[in-house]
Design a protein around this ligand. Structure first.
Ligand code: 13P
Length: 340
């Protein structure tokens, strides 16, 4: 096995998934606003230290952590670099390398993700800092006359150019084309999400092929096929069936792993939906989580920025990580979740 496919397989090892802790400075401020905490370099450090110091979660359920530029350079309060802290629990360090979704010229209310200029040098620097994988998120919005072919193409093309540069630097690219469920108006049906996700993934794999990306050395990070947040509700079984059908139709079997984003689902929904997918028969790829909010929300609320709450917050994080580990093996159950 090549080194890239080795790393990719490690990221989707049985019972493990990825912690997305790569909130940009703007996004983490929004998260901290919900607990009334000012976002400073120190409070961001304390929050990440709370998460990364939850040894039971980090060693048993988390294969890798996606970091933000500031975090990959930061150390815990005792001076241990965060990358070292992760390594001690056998968790890989990853890095978000895109510079955000920006308005796409000529396409009202659509975005294209930026960050390709100078990316080769930045990747080499991140590799030297200990990163073995990276993330780039393209955003596809659903609405009246959206998405356009143009925005799907531009985002897929950028993802492919990013992925090729990562592999050149010996870094596994997480390829994340997110079809938004929580955009505006967010009232679309699950059928619309399925169609747009199918079109998007087909375009992404076409662009990856044209860019010469080795498909056995990537991780795909897609949205699940779900209705918009204000759209008609559906069952867990329907989400699982439509998501697996969409992935089977578009993702080559040589891809080692698929790790979902949670995209505004509740913690329990994100676990239930993932678990149900594993009850639909054998799948060609590893299928797990790469959640941000659905792993962190309970821990953030329990922590509330107070040192005396660190242990309670870690317990909340360990519980979510364990529930998602079970889900990634088709063994999650609501009773187990609520019993804690
Ligand atoms: P959510 O799971 O909160 O959607 O975040 C995952 C992520 O990394 C989005 O880029």
């Amino acid at each position: 096995m090549s080194r890239l496919s080795d790393i990719a397989n490690q990221l989707v090892a049985p019972g493990k998934g990825i912690l997305a802790a790569d909130e940009s400075t703007g996004t983490i401020k929004k998260r901290f606003d919900t607990i009334g905490l000012a976002s400073t370099e120190t409070s961001r450090r304390d929050y990440r230290e709370m998460l990364f110091g939850a040894d039971e979660a980090m060693s048993q359920y988390i294969s890798g952590v996606i970091l933000f530029d500031e975090t990959i350079r930061q150390s815990a309060s005792d001076g241990t670099p965060f990358v070292e802290m992760l390594r001690a629990n056998n968790a890989l360090a990853g890095i978000k390398v895109d510079t955000g979704a920006k308005p796409m010229s000529g396409f009202a209310d659509e975005t294209v993700t930026e960050g390709l200029d100078g990316l080769r040098d930045r990747l080499n620097e991140y590799a030297a800092l200990g990163a073995t994988f990276a993330k780039w998120r393209g955003v596809i919005a659903i609405g009246e006359n959206k998405p356009t072919r143009g925005s799907i193409h531009a985002n897929a093309h950028a993802l492919a150019r990013y992925a090729a540069l990562c592999q050149e630097a010996g870094i596994v690219p997480i390829v994340e084309p997110e079809v938004l469920a929580d955009g505006k108006p967010g009232d679309h049906t699950i059928e619309v999400c399925e169609r747009v996700t199918t079109d998007t993934l087909a375009e992404v794999f076409e662009e990856l092929r044209l860019a010469g990306v080795e498909l056995d050395g990537i991780i795909l990070k897609p949205n699940m096929v779900i209705p918009g947040v204000n759209g008609p509700k559906v069952s867990v079984e329907e989400v699982a069936e439509r998501t697996v059908r969409t992935l089977k139709a578009t993702v080559p079997a040589i891809v080692p792993g698929i790790a979902f984003l949670s995209g505004g689902q509740t913690c329990e929904q994100a676990s239930a939906n993932l678990s149900a997918m594993h009850n639909l028969g054998k799948l060609p790829w590893g299928l797990t989580f790469s959640y941000g909010r659905a792993l962190q929300a309970d821990a953030l609320a329990a922590w509330a920025g107070k040192p005396e709450n660190v242990e309670a917050a870690r317990r909340a994080f360990i519980h979510r990580a364990k529930m998602n580990s079970l889900a990634s093996q088709g063994q999650w159950a609501a009773e187990l979740d609520r019993a804690a």
